[in-house]
Structure formats: C-alpha cells, structure tokens
Write a new protein. Structure first.
Length: 44
C-alpha cells in the first residue's frame, strides 16, 4: 500500500516515479485526487 496526496504530484514525472516504483499487488492511493493538475490528470 502506497499513499500520496494529489497536490504533491505536480508534474507528470512525479506520477511516473510513483508508478514505476510500485511492486506487483501494490495499491496506490491518491488522497485529494481532485486537486491533481490537468497535465497529471491527462497522464493518469
């Protein structure tokens, strides 16, 4: 289980780093996902 907050993910590279560090069967929880930047939303 990995948790982060939407406002912390400010660039697409931040999201890529989180996703590439996930292990099989990990869950990524993004609190306040509604506050992601439009660029990061598009990547997700």
């Amino acid at each position: 289980f990995k948790a982060t907050s939407g406002p912390v993910i400010s660039k697409a590279g931040d999201l890529a780093a989180l996703l590439t560090n996930l292990e099989p069967r990990d869950v990524l929880f993004i609190d306040e996902i509604h506050r992601l930047s439009p660029a990061v939303e598009e990547i997700l």
